[in-house]
Design a protein around this ligand. Structure first.
Ligand code: NDP
Length: 291
């Protein structure tokens, strides 16, 4: 960074959440800023739900360029914004806020990150996709896949109401052929599926956790993706790889959603390789980099 650029205050971005300590995004975004010599700082902020409105006003007062919002603020933050991007409006959740023309605009980069990671392996347009789960991650992924032109989405979830409501949203707002399948014991994956996504929280911090699916129905031509980023090699991905499936781990999604946030805030296309190294180190998956 040149002396001249250091004479200016850095542009500020950051994250508002509860349980902010240990957020691996900080290391990943700051590594990208350093690598691309962007004069930005990413500030990790613990913000309670009661303080969210004043925190958003405060960010405007302090000249923030934007911020991430994580749990539990992804839906409530919409009340304090001036507008929403297309997918954030459809899914009703925001994880990335951007200052545009003195307005706070809410975007959702979770599904976009998943899509970018998926596209490294397969183009989803025209594909038939089975998604396990119907929570926030499943919603973001399903909406983005529908916008990307998949032919069909099957949602498998334990809670019927949640599964059915996401299926209805996809049919009504995106006109995609979507249907809900109640989760059965040893759930079989449909022969029509080209892509299988685990968007449940099963596997988070537990590499032995098993999804209740019939592993014999994982065909070798299936692409299997998991949203779980820690540990990235989940039981599902290991079993899928054994059966010859192409697999995609959840670190790709976390990195690519960060790439999209940086592009919104700075206009820079950040290097995902640098960001993946940083997030792997932050999660303790690789030893610290020494140069
Ligand atoms: P939610 O709490 O909104 O949803 C959780 C989902 O998991 C629900 O569909 C729930 O089903 C399902 N589920 C939980 N336990 C089980 C189980 N034992 N068997 C079957 N289904 C189960 O969480 P999110 O959608 O926000 O997050 C899901 C996961 O995605 C988390 O682990 C999170 O860390 C990860 N994530 C990863 C991202 C990335 O960038 N890689 C980004 C965002 C999230 P039900 O409705 O029946 O209770």
């Amino acid at each position: 960074m040149s002396k001249a650029s250091q004479d200016f205050l850095p542009c500020l971005v950051g994250s508002m959440s509860v349980g902010a300590a240990g957020n691996p995004t900080v290391a990943m975004i700051e590594a990208a800023f350093a690598h691309h010599k962007l004069h930005y700082r990413y500030i990790n902020m613990e913000v309670s739900p009661d303080d969210l409105e004043s925190a958003v006003s405060g960010a405007a007062a302090m000249g923030f360029t934007g911020f991430n919002c994580s749990l539990p603020h992804k839906v409530k933050v919409i009340d304090y914004l001036d507008g929403l991007g297309e997918s954030a409006r459809i899914m009703g959740a925001v994880n990335c806020v951007v200052r545009r023309d003195a307005q706070w605009i809410g975007e959702n980069t979770d599904g976009k990150g998943f899509l970018a990671s998926l596209r490294e392996v397969i183009q989803p347009s025209g594909c038939s996709v089975t998604i396990l789960g119907a929570g926030g991650a499943a919603r973001a992924i399903a909406v983005e896949l529908a916008l990307a032109g998949v032919a069909q989405i099957t949602l498998v979830n334990r809670d019927r109401e949640r599964g059915q409501s996401l299926s209805t949203l996809l049919q009504q707002s995106l006109k995609v052929a979507a249907h809900f399948e109640p989760w059965q014991p040893e759930h079989p994956i449909s022969e029509e599926a080209t892509i299988l996504v685990n968007a449940t929280s099963v596997g988070l911090y537990d590499s032995q956790a098993k999804l209740d699916v019939d592993l014999k129905t994982l065909r070798s031509d299936l692409v299997v993706a998991d949203v779980i980023f820690n540990p990235p090699q989940t039981q599902l991905l290991r079993e899928a790889a054994k059966r010859g499936c192409r697999t995609i781990d959840g670190l790709g999604m976390i990195v690519q959603q960060g790439v999209t946030c940086i592009e919104y805030w700075t206009g820079c296309q950040a290097d995902p390789v640098i960001m993946r190294q940083a997030v792997e180190q932050a999660l303790g998956l690789t030893p610290p980099h020494t140069s």
